[in-house]
Design a protein around this ligand. Structure first.
Ligand code: ATP
Ligand code: MG
Length: 243
């Protein structure tokens, strides 16, 4: 599969999403969204609860499909791919981070991180060095053998970041990665995610409820009434952004 780095990492073209409801009338969540995320950008998505932020990320990763319109990753239109090709594209190119970490509690830190290699046909052993390097980077190398259930929430999210980065994705999608963390751990996880994305030249799209965290991104977009709009960063006026 040839994928051009010159293509935008993510493109939505006239994407709408309706959910069927019990009352037969479909609920429109996203309405004719068109936007693109250029390779290497960091984008924060904000919006009220229920505005469609998770829906947007699920469409971006191909976990869910739009009702109408097209989603493309690195120039590949997802609907034009077979299920298998779409799964491979997601596995090889996209890292996912969730609010509730989605780790396997009884498995060790190391095995959780190596999981994407274990469930693919890759040889997990070949990833040992990468797992060590990632654990070292997030400050958890000494916890590699511990079961995940012994970790704090902030530590679990750092493990989840390592797992998302294992296959060296070009696009990282994070749905409220700090939503379940206290301020101090939230700060640390956000700083880590942004610096890793920038160090590795990844494109990062993350959902957040925190205006402060949103303003650390290159761009802030707000979902409102099914549409998406650029939200003006307050950095210049308020000076609240971190250096
Ligand atoms: N599978 C589904 N079936 C029906 N309705 C759904 C489904 N998934 C989401 N919705 C509805 O779509 C709307 C958007 O949901 P979504 O989870 O994308 O919101 P969100 O912006 O992520 O909210 P939050 O900030 O609370 O996480 C909500 O009204 C939700 O109830
Ligand atoms: Mg959500």
């Amino acid at each position: 599969m040839s994928l051009s780095e010159q293509q935008p990492a993510l493109t939505f073209e006239h994407v709408s999403k309706l959910y069927e409801t019990a009352e037969s009338e479909a609920r429109s969540v996203l309405d004719d969204l068109s936007f693109r995320v250029e390779t290497g950008r960091t984008v924060a998505i904000v919006g009220r609860s229920g505005s469609g932020k998770s829906t947007l990320l699920n469409l971006a990763s191909g976990i869910d499909v739009p009702t109408t319109g097209e989603v493309s990753l690195f120039g590949q239109t997802l609907s034009a791919l077979s299920d298998e090709a779409r799964t491979l594209l997601r596995r090889d190119r996209v890292g996912l981070i969730f609010q509730f970490f989605h780790l396997i509690q009884h498995l060790s830190v190391r095995d959780n991180i190596a999981l994407p290699a274990m469930i693919s046909d890759e040889k997990p052993k070949a990833f040992d060095n990468r797992v060590d390097r990632l654990l070292d980077r997030v400050g958890l190398l000494d916890r590699a053998g511990d079961p995940v259930q012994k970790l704090s929430g902030g530590e679990m999210q750092r493990v989840a970041i390592c797992r998302a980065l294992l296959m060296d994705p070009k696009l990282l999608l994070a749905d409220e990665p700090t939503g379940n963390l206290d301020d101090e751990n939230g700060d640390r996880v956000m700083e880590l995610m942004l610096s890793l994305a920038r160090e590795e030249g990844m494109t990062l799209v993350y959902v957040t409820h925190s205006r402060e965290f949103a303003e650390l991104a290159d761009d802030v977009w707000e979902i409102h009434g099914g549409r998406i709009e650029h939200s003006v960063k307050r950095t210049a006026q308020s000076g609240t952004a971190k250096p």
